[in-house]
Design a protein around this ligand. Sequence first.
Ligand SMILES: NC(=O)c1ccc[n+]([C@@H]2O[C@H](COP(=O)([O-])OP(=O)(O)OC[C@H]3O[C@@H](n4cnc5c(N)ncnc54)[C@H](OP(=O)(O)O)[C@@H]3O)[C@@H](O)[C@H]2O)c1
Length: 218
Amino acid sequence: MTETARAALITGGTGRVGSTIAARLEAEGFVVLAAGRRDGDITRPDEARALVENAVEELGGLDLLVNAASAGFEPRPVEEVSEEDWDAALDSTAKGTFFVTQAAVPHLRASSLGLVVMIEDVGAFMPWPSFGPHCAAKAAQAMLTRVFARALAPDIRVCGIAPGPVAVEPGQEERRAAETLLGRIGSPDDIAGAVVYLVGAGYVTGSTLFVDGGRSLT
Ligand SMILES: NC(=O)c1ccc[n+]([C@@H]2O[C@H](COP(=O)([O-])OP(=O)(O)OC[C@H]3O[C@@H](n4cnc5c(N)ncnc54)[C@H](OP(=O)(O)O)[C@@H]3O)[C@@H](O)[C@H]2O)c1
């Protein structure tokens, strides 16, 4: 690590999108902790706090937090949603995001970058009938983008990215592509590129960048 390297913690860093963001940030000169559940269960506030402290110790500080961890993306009719389904979605995406970000605040304030990126979902803004808990959790997370942006300004910028279909289940490519304006699915690298854009976009805070091939308009 060079003395000038910026440090990034990526929750969901072992996932499809998060691991791509990690690789892209490393290529941009960041030192990165790409965290998965093995590094701490973020649904537990004590483990969320420990994750941030471990990242700061390992990386020598914290300049960028990317909240990409998420669970509970399971299609289920409203009548069949269980408490476990609800908790899986809300606890990771909303509660986990909140407490990881809360723990990161003093470290981000000490950074000249001081940036939080929420990896949201177009589902935060679209009422998908078979994804009630997921849409509610993502809507909560998108609100946290705005709440934290107000609470932490001007020291820390807080921005959202709402991906469309960028890493879909095998066999779903054609159907998911047809749901977009561009007629194709994207890739995790489209999201990584948006993170890099936000790193350099010093006048952007409190808003969500849609990287969705027009999915949110269909
Ligand atoms: N894939 C898409 O096309 C798409 C579209 C729109 C939005 N998004 C959003 O982009 C983000 C990443 O999606 P993805 O497709 O890359 O997801 P993914 O491959 O399913 O990876 C999920 C990540 O979240 C971590 N995670 C889940 N629960 C956790 C917990 N309780 N504590 C700590 N880590 C936890 C997982 O860790 P482990 O590896 O240890 O399980 C993994 O790193 C999500 O927020 C998702 O909603 C994705």
